[in-house]
Design a protein around this ligand. Sequence first.
Ligand SMILES: NC(=O)c1ccc[n+]([C@@H]2O[C@H](COP(=O)([O-])OP(=O)(O)OC[C@H]3O[C@@H](n4cnc5c(N)ncnc54)[C@H](O)[C@@H]3O)[C@@H](O)[C@H]2O)c1
Length: 330
Amino acid sequence: MGANPTSILVTGGAGYIGSVAVERLLRRGERVVVLDNLSRGYADAVPAGAVFIQGDIADRDLLRTLFREHAIQAVVHFAALALVGESVAAPELYYRNNVIGSLTLIEEARAAGLERFVFSSTCAVYGDRNPVPLTEMAATGPINPYGETKLAVERALEWLRRAHGFTYFALRYFNVCGATAERGERHEPETHLIPHVLMAAAGESDAVPVLGDDYPTPDGTCIRDYIHVEDLAEAHILALDAPPEASGPYNVATGRGYSVREVIGAARRITGRPIREKICPRRPGDPPHLVADPKKIQETLGWRPQHDLDSVLRSAWAFKLRQAARQIPK
Ligand SMILES: NC(=O)c1ccc[n+]([C@@H]2O[C@H](COP(=O)([O-])OP(=O)(O)OC[C@H]3O[C@@H](n4cnc5c(N)ncnc54)[C@H](O)[C@@H]3O)[C@@H](O)[C@H]2O)c1
């Protein structure tokens, strides 16, 4: 794909994961067009080498022009609303943005003759009664509208594959974290653990909220599978190169779980700061143990994570210190 005049469309490329994936695509010599409505992203997060178009994935006229003028050859679709609590409070917003928006994008991509679509899915598509580690065969059964909207798009993509031979890769991310030198998590509001841990380390909050310490796990706190955003970006590159027969859903995870307390302990060691915990009530719908079996992506796409929890925390802490020193925007 490297040396031709076609481009890759990255939706949501002004967001956390999308902007890191754009960095990676540019590094391998791709031309990249970013489409983002900036509802949750930041124009200054879009890497300089990409063409940035501010607009919505549901804007058909814009999509038609964009597919025509930029000779788009594949779509990597990150754009979505992704806050579980917000999706419970306003499900209609999530269905419109994530389902109708994605369907519009898929239809226009097909109309433009595209045959490859990489979709940001999530472990939230799984039901909460599966044994861990989760394989892609585990029962789906989202417990919130956010997960439902992602599963709806996955299902549409699978039916399009059967009907039209449309090649798609639905990458089911587990807990994404870490940063590059320039880009990291800037969610507002921030709901993810590692940014909260580092906010406490930086003195921006008094303590890390620990949402329940009475789960049936060794230290009572929830266990999650943490994946570095750079390893995740690499999974997208592999999906762009994979043969059409490999089309389908993939867990993107390490297979190794860490409890909330283990993450906080590692962050104390890496930052050298005392990080206080504040025990809070459980959050409804949080399973005690969420870890994936990454065998399918390892064997089919050849994906191997290069980072561990320490390197996640080191990179995210370096990003935070640069933000605090105002070397990069907050
Ligand atoms: N962060 C995680 O841990 C995680 C885990 C699983 C899945 N995901 C998925 O990964 C993707 C990226 O997540 P993120 O953490 O980078 O989120 P983010 O909010 O930082 O980025 C999403 C981007 O999409 C843009 N966007 C939203 N709706 C749009 C629309 N209708 N048209 C154009 N742009 C639109 C936003 O402005 C934002 O820049 C999402 O699809 C999310 O569901 C994230």
